[in-house]
Design a protein around this ligand. Structure first.
Ligand code: NAP
Ligand code: ZN
Ligand code: ZN
Length: 348
């Protein structure tokens, strides 16, 4: 079927209207009428070719919420009318050790991303959620249990939520743990909300002093302005876990020094240029670790969505019309979004 979408035709071209083909539903497929799609900084890195390897035309978007409009003959988990989500993964090999453990993001054959991954479907690569409809195998579709009036604010959970939830869980965020979150944008603001909901003592690190009160309102117990040397000095040797979501290359040393003995800083940002090499002595002298994390698996995403529904956690969003996307990207690049743009895909 032909579906309206927004695509970039090249890395130096703005997004614009573009018709795409979605495959006919196979036995295991769920056809989803998309209602909302969050705008992740990864969308921007990809359409602008900042990571290399972008396949054009590129339809980004991997924070998708919508309603099931049809299901294939073998679909048992969903029915027309159900509210569902799709995150960053639409397929994987299902047989490797990682897939067997529910870690599809680390599939040995490479996961199929919701956009910019090779697929047999036209045009040869996957096309994401800046579109009216998507067709996804039921094994990669998530159930959404939040109230209907919160759905726009649920969309960012599908990437920003799971990308912070997964390391918070893996590294044991909870009561008695001091957790820092660096960069309070889409991912960072979810990191604060989720760490707080898990019972940790939470500090937001920001380069934007104007966000201080707002970060406390998100649930942080403390805010540190990371460009203020005195504040960073006072924060030294404090944290068991730091989640670093910054989208740009920056000096990691001040954040490593903020870790307590045996603390870990988990990098989730994907900057265009590598970070300067950190000073390894800061790691040696306190047995500190530097780690990385990539989104989260399907079962873990469902666990996060259910936790958020139960605890009333959603994203703080600015709802935009599709044609406002380039202005939204420009504002995102300036750190000027509180805290996630979400596209009303009815405006495509
Ligand atoms: P975002 O909304 O643009 O937030 C990034 C935040 O980083 C900004 O709001 C800003 O926060 C801070 N920042 C930006 N430039 C900075 C600079 N030069 N120095 C210091 N701080 C800076 O982006 P996002 O959607 O949260 O994504 C963040 C990064 O994670 C992106 O690189 C994205 O591609 C990546 N990502 C990774 C995964 C994964 O699985 N690992 C998943 C999704 C996204 P303050 O104003 O508070 O300083
Ligand atoms: Zn994302
Ligand atoms: Zn696999």
């Amino acid at each position: 079927m032909t579906v309206k979408a927004y695509a970039a035709q090249a890395a130096d071209q703005p997004l614009g209207p573009h018709a795409i083909e979605r495959r006919a539903a196979g036995p295991d497929d769920v056809v989803i009428a998309i209602e909302y799609c969050g705008v992740c900084h990864s969308d921007l890195h990809t359409v602008r070719g900042e990571w290399g390897g972008t396949l054009f035309p590129c339809v980004p978007g991997h924070e998708i919420v919508g309603t099931v409009s049809a299901v294939g003959s073998a679909v048992t988990r969903f029915a027309p009318g159900d509210t569902v989500g799709v995150g960053c993964i639409v397929d994987s090999c299902r047989t490797c050790a990682a897939c067997g453990e529910g870690l599809e993001q680390f599939c040995a054959s490479g996961m199929t991303g919701t956009y910019n991954s090779r697929t047999p479907d036209a045009p040869g690569h996957t096309l994401g959620g800046y579109s009216e409809q998507i067709v996804v195998d039921q094994a990669y579709v998530l159930a959404i249990r939040h109230p209907k009036d919160q759905l726009a604010a649920v969309a960012p959970l599908l990437c920003a939520g799971i990308t912070t939830w997964s390391p918070l869980r893996h590294w044991g965020a909870g009561p008695g743990k001091r957790v820092g979150v660096v960069g309070i944008g889409g991912l960072g603001h979810m990191g604060i909300k989720l760490a707080r909901a898990l019972g940790a003592e939470v500090t937001g690190f920001t380069t934007s002093p104007a966000k201080r009160e707002a970060i406390l309102a998100l649930g942080a117990h403390h805010v540190v302005v990371s460009t203020d040397k005195a504040e960073m000095k006072a924060a030294r040797e404090s944290f068991g876990l730091i989640i670093n979501t910054v989208s740009h290359s920056h000096d990691l040393d001040p954040f490593l020094m903020a870790l307590a003995r045996d603390g870990t800083m988990v990098m989730v940002g994907g900057p265009e240029k590598p970070h300067p090499m950190p000073t390894l002595f800061h790691m040696l002298t306190r047995r500190r670790s530097l780690a990385g994390s990539l989104i989260g698996g399907i079962a873990e995403t469902q666990e996060m969505l259910d936790f958020c529904a139960e605890h009333g956690v959603v994203s703080d969003i600015e709802l935009i019309r599709m044609e406002e996307i380039e202005a939204a990207y420009a504002r995102m690049l300036q750190g000027d979004v509180r805290y996630r743009f979400v596209i009303d895909t009815g405006t495509i």
